[in-house]
Design a protein around this ligand. Structure first.
Ligand SMILES: *[C@@H]1O[C@H](CO)[C@@H](O)[C@H](O)[C@H]1NC(C)=O
Ligand SMILES: *[C@@H]1O[C@H](CO)[C@@H](O)[C@H](O)[C@H]1NC(C)=O
Ligand SMILES: *[C@@H]1O[C@H](CO)[C@@H](O)[C@H](O)[C@H]1NC(C)=O
Ligand SMILES: *[C@@H]1O[C@H](CO)[C@@H](O)[C@H](O)[C@H]1NC(C)=O
Ligand SMILES: *[C@@H]1O[C@H](CO)[C@@H](O)[C@H](O)[C@H]1NC(C)=O
Ligand SMILES: *[C@@H]1O[C@H](CO)[C@@H](O)[C@H](O)[C@H]1NC(C)=O
Length: 257
């Protein structure tokens, strides 16, 4: 993990825990594919449950309980199918609902896992750009997130990554559109390589599912997203509840499970 990122995350880790949220009214809406989606059976889904909280994951959340967090991410979605399938309209309605309540509304957008199967990165980038612009037009704040890595390894222990060009495309859109960016792809690769394949595979939804997460995986990566978000908004009051021991494990490459 880059030193600067680690320093930021350690800062987050030492922040005073928030007991009752008294900062600006804030809401989150999640847009993306299954690696962010709301797992609706035990040990399924992506990082969203560990971020928003879910009864299926022991209500472990990375944000205060009174903060609305609406997970509209959809299994199997590309940026194109998300729109064509009507899920984007569902997201927009949810975002408009939160903005109408005068809440600062953050919208995370994370695609790549399925887009990479159908089109070059430029296609996803064009679609992400449109999403960013539409989110801003209705008064919310887009946050681009690079793809959670798969947990497949090369023989030498490095992650066998194929999502790099799609992560790079997401980073380019963030730079061009001047949005916040959470480089989950980079941070998750660093952590997976640090803990090694056996510990990495204990986070799998099923033993041979290297993409989706079980309850422990969503706890870890929901926390990682929350910490990347805190680091991306220095000086802002976000309703993120620190979890210093888990952040310590993540930033020091220690398996928690
Ligand atoms: C996830 O789905 C469950 C079941 O449909 C729902 O009760 C819950 O509100 C959803 N969570 C989020 C964060 O959207
Ligand atoms: C981007 O959206 C267009 C429709 O506007 C669609 O044709 C294309 O397949 C999408 N790209 C991806 C990677 O989903
Ligand atoms: C989404 O909403 C727009 C505007 O109401 C509409 O034109 C479009 O057909 C909708 N898309 C889908 C897939 O339903
Ligand atoms: C590990 O193996 C992969 C795949 O063979 C290779 O691309 C990569 O350069 C290797 N990395 C190191 C540090 O040896
Ligand atoms: C951190 O890692 C240690 C060692 O694996 C583990 O015992 C502990 O429960 C972890 N803490 C959290 C909060 O995950
Ligand atoms: C999650 O971690 C706990 C504590 O190590 C363990 O008891 C449990 O079996 C793990 N859950 C899964 C689905 O692997």
């Amino acid at each position: 993990m880059p030193r600067r990122l680690r320093a930021f995350l350690c800062l987050v880790a030492t922040a005073v825990p928030i007991l009752a949220w008294t900062g600006p009214l804030t809401s989150f809406v999640l847009v993306g594919d299954s690696t962010a989606a709301n797992g609706t059976t035990p040990n399924s889904g992506g990082w969203g449950n560990g971020f928003c909280g879910s009864a299926l994951t022991g209500n472990i959340a990375s944000i205060t309980p009174d903060t609305p967090c609406i997970n509209t991410a959809h299994n199997g979605a590309t940026t194109g199918s998300f729109v064509a399938g009507g899920f984007w309209n569902i997201s927009l309605a949810a975002i408009e609902g939160e903005v109408a309540k005068h809440r600062r509304t953050f919208v995370t957008i994370q695609f790549g896992h399925n887009d990479q199967k159908i089109a070059p990165p430029e296609s996803m980038a064009a679609n992400l750009t449109s999403m960013v612009q539409q989110i801003r037009a209705i008064g919310a704040e887009p946050i681009l997130v690079t793809s959670l890595t798969r947990r497949t390894s090369n023989a030498n222990g490095t992650v066998a990554d194929t999502l790099g060009p799609w992560a790079d495309a997401t980073i380019s859109v963030a730079q061009q559109q001047k949005t916040h960016l959470l480089d989950l792809h980079k941070a998750s690769i660093a952590y997976i390589e640090a803990i090694g394949p056996d510990a990495a595979h204990r986070l799998n939804r099923l033993p041979d599912d290297y993409t989706h997460l079980n309850v422990n995986g969503t706890t870890v990566f929901g926390r990682m997203v929350a910490d990347l978000m805190s680091a991306s908004f220095p000086g802002h009051q976000l309703p993120i509840v620190p979890n210093p021991p888990l952040t310590f494990n993540i930033t020091h490459g220690i398996p928690s499970f």
